[in-house]
Design a protein around this ligand. Structure first.
Ligand SMILES: C=C(OP(=O)(O)O)C(=O)O
Ligand SMILES: [Mg+2]
Length: 429
């Protein structure tokens, strides 16, 4: 249903452009020009460690850009989606997304590409916000019926796994300023911890390059070593681990595990029980508050075991497990597989699918962390999304590199413009 007083969307011109993402690979940007001259844009990010059941990103074959171009997707938008958009008026973003599903004709966006659908859908969401005279975050909150809030930023400061060339199997080690009183203070804490971590790594002779999300990629392989570095960096920056700044991890275990529960890292195999013991020890010994994709997406027995054993102490987040799918979130909740979900719009391919996933998580009392992808653009839609959805958690990489800080900087802008917005994790239902 359209929001009260919502003007219908009439697209005068739909254009698409191949641009580069933060890995130097092509992606697509859409521009929808409205009758009043307003241009609503949306760009598609791209993951490297993807779940099996994500909506399908379509790329060209051939040799251009290592076979990774999106000229076909640009053509699909220009020749098929654009004319279909221009031919009709739309009452809601759901109507636009329905058209995208119709044009696609598959149940995974393998036809038009989730990179086409998500960029069009994000642009349409911005167009509806503009037509309603509101900021995009406010439009999200009005559409979902949620209480907006500024999220705790999760800064990924040590990168491994598929995002870095180092031997570290676990993909992400994040610092989360849970004790900050404003978003601006949280950004400052994140930047200070990042700077002190750089100092520690330099002092230890381990300062190497950075990974895809801007975190350092030191030549280490043990999770303990990464966590020791983080705790030391938090203290060096003058903060108290856990109460001021907590830690979140995304091992992204699809990258080193199997459906049958065998996990290979640090030069040997680890079985399910050993992994459960390892996580229990890390949660006990370090200020870890959130643990994402600790097991392979098909190793459901392990997911159920960790949620049962550690779910009261830490948030267990399903990313590759749930792939921003309301259906999979419902199933996972019923089976006790995780108690929180990651929300990435391009995993489902539309803003409507993203809203459905957020509603599903909320209906089960699950936490929801909104997330960037490892391949990003300057598009900061997820910043507005997380404020409007009011889930209180965002991960967008290190507090460095333009495509990562674009999201944090947008949140600083939102906070500066509306100081009544609360900051912090959403109270659990
Ligand atoms: C952000 C992530 O990485 P990618 O975008 O490569 O899936 C993740 O796994 O949470
Ligand atoms: Mg993940």
């Amino acid at each position: 249903m359209p929001l009260a007083g919502q003007k219908a969307l009439q697209v005068a011109r739909a254009q698409a452009l191949q641009i580069l993402d933060s890995r130097g690979r092509p992606t697509v940007q859409v521009a929808l020009t409205l009758d009043d001259g307003y241009v609503a844009r949306g760009a598609a990010p791209s993951g490297a460690s993807t779940g099996e059941n994500e909506a399908v990103e379509v790329r060209d074959g051939g040799r251009a850009y290592g076979g990774a171009g999106v000229t076909g997707v640009v053509r699909t938008i220009t020749d098929r989606i654009g004319p279909a958009l221009e031919a009709r008026t739309f009452g809601t973003v759901g109507d636009v997304d329905e058209l995208l599903h119709e044009l696609d004709g598959t149940d995974s966006f393998a036809g038009i590409g989730s990179n086409a659908s998500v960029s069009v859908s994000i642009a349409a969401a911005r167009a509806f916000a503009h037509l309603g005279g509101s900021e995009t975050w406010r439009w999200v909150a009005d559409t979902l019926g949620t209480s907006p809030r500024l999220p705790v930023p999760h800064f990924n400061v040590i990168n491994g796994g598929a995002h870095a060339p180092n031997p570290l199997a676990f993909q992400e080690f994040m610092v989360a300023p849970v004790g900050a009183s404003t978003f601006a203070d949280a950004v400052r804490a994140g930047a200070e911890v990042y700077a002190s971590l750089r100092g520690r790594l330099r002092a230890q002779g381990k300062l190497a390059g950075v990974g895809d999300e801007g975190g350092f990629a030191p030549d280490i392989d043990a999770p303990d070593e990464a966590l020791d570095l983080l705790v030391g960096a938090i203290e060096d920056a003058g903060y108290t681990p856990r109460t001021d700044v907590a830690i979140a991890m995304d091992p992204a275990a699809n990258g080193f595990g199997t459906p049958t529960g065998i996990y290979v890292f640090s030069g040997r195999e680890h079985e399910r029980d050993e992994m459960l013991d390892l996580y229990a020890r890390l949660v006990r010994d370090y200020p870890v508050w959130s643990l994402e994709d600790p097991f392979h997406e098909e190793d459901l027995e392990s997911w159920r075991a960790i949620t049962a054993h550690l779910g009261d102490e830490v948030q267990i987040v399903g990313d590759d497990l749930c792939v921003t799918s309301a259906e999979r979130i419902d199933r996972g909740a019923a089976d006790g597989e995780s108690n929180a979900v990651l929300i990435k719009p391009n995993q489902t391919g539309t803003v409507t699918g993203t809203f459905d996933a957020l509603r599903a998580a909320s209906s089960h009392g699950m936490g929801a962390m909104v997330s960037h992808r490892s391949g990003e653009t300057l598009d900061a839609f997820i910043a507005d999304l997380v404020v409007g959805a009011g889930t209180g958690q965002l991960k967008s990489g290190a507090p460095a590199r333009g495509e990562r800080v674009a999201k944090y900087n947008r949140l600083l802008e939102i906070e500066a413009a509306d100081s009544s917005l609360p900051y912090g994790l959403a109270p659990r239902a």
